[in-house]
Design a protein around this ligand. Structure first.
Ligand code: SAH
Length: 208
């Protein structure tokens, strides 16, 4: 698996992600274990594409994980909120970089799977909860960065409120055509920077 991971990292680097710490972490994190055992045989875990993880959801393409990670510039000790835990892979990459990760997943079975794998892989700096990401996680706010890995139709206001002054959020926005947006918060002002077009699963509304 190690040589497959190296090949995956070479593909990511060729697409423009150059941050050595991110490439190093992605050559360490065992992506295949985040794909549920029942799906693993057909998955090609180190190919640069999304893989099914059950419940109609996917583990994101490795390049996208690397790219979004690079854009939020994680540093050790940063407090990061992730919306859409899915397999737990993105959370593992952030945790391996030394961040304190809080991650919310709306499908309880996926939250449970991710929690189990992340614990088995030895991460003590990731907390996963089953719940509706639109609400964020006020008990642990403010966050230095927020990364959303499912696509809402517009930027969720509660998440912006939970971002620290000087913090940064990255998320795909739109239905059908989605565009990554980077939002930088400075005091009461926000700067929205449109970025590349992407394809994520929709961010679904939980029951109130
Ligand atoms: N970051 C994941 C990719 C997850 S795919 C990984 O590394 O594997 C997107 C996930 O967002 C799916 O698991 C989906 O169930 C979840 N999701 C969709 N709407 C949500 C919401 N409102 N709150 C939290 N999670 C949500």
């Amino acid at each position: 698996m190690e040589s497959e991971r190296e090949a995956m990292v070479a593909v990511i680097r060729a697409q423009g992600v150059k941050d050595p710490s991110i490439l190093d972490v992605m050559s360490k994190v065992r992506r295949h274990v985040y794909i549920p055992a029942s799906k693993r045989d057909h998955a090609d875990p180190y190919g640069d594409h999304p893989c099914p993880i059950g419940y109609g959801q996917t583990i994101s393409q490795p390049f996208i994980v690397a790219y979004m990670t690079q854009r939020i510039e994680p540093r050790p000790g940063m407090r990061i909120l992730e919306i859409g835990t899915g397999s737990g892979y993105q959370a593992a990459v952030l945790a391996e970089l030394g961040a304190e990760v809080f991650s919310i997943e709306i499908v309880p079975e996926l939250a449970e799977h991710a929690r189990t794998v992340l614990a088995a892989e030895g991460y003590t700096n990731v907390t996963v909860k089953a719940g509706d990401g639109y609400k964020g996680w006020p008990e642990h706010a403010p966050f230095d960065a927020i990364i959303v890995t499912c696509a809402p139709n517009e930027i969720p206001k509660k998440l912006v409120q939970q971002l620290r002054d000087g913090g940064r959020m990255i998320l795909p926005v739109g239905s059908g055509v989605q565009q990554l947006v980077i939002l930088e918060k400075t005091g009461d002002t926000f700067r929205e920077i449109p970025d590349m077009y992407v394809r994520f699963v929709p961010m679904v509304r939980g029951r109130e």
